[in-house]
Design a binder for this molecule. Sequence first.
Ligand SMILES: [Zn+2]
Length: 145
Amino acid sequence: MRDLPRISEIYKSFPAKEDCIRYIEKIRWSNKPVCPHCGSHRITPMKKEFRYHCNACNVSFSVTVKTLFHNTRVPLQKWFAAIEIFFQHEKIISARRLAEILGVNKDTAWAMISRIKRSGEEYGDLFSRLIESGENLIKGKVEIK
Ligand SMILES: [Zn+2]
């Protein structure tokens, strides 16, 4: 279980969903929201935290739209941990093993693995920045404002 200490570091650096969202906002937008539907910067923050309204196309969104975290019921901390684990295992890990480590069921783990695999291609930019920032992510060095 040599990988577990680093995973617990992730949970420590990102104790709540909000911490994960702030982090994704930072690397995806540099903290300046952009509409994922039309690319506009004419954005109004909504009362509901971490949701925004686009004044150009009149749609509301959060930072996870069109990312691998879209519409997931799995806590974002577990996603961050899953990405880390996936790469620690050289992209080869069984759903059963991931499920054990994360404390999710095997079907969920399987779905996560396939999303992460696909994401490398589909979401390239965000995904690689997530991965590249992995070291900082784990050491808690990323400044979250
Ligand atoms: Zn828009």
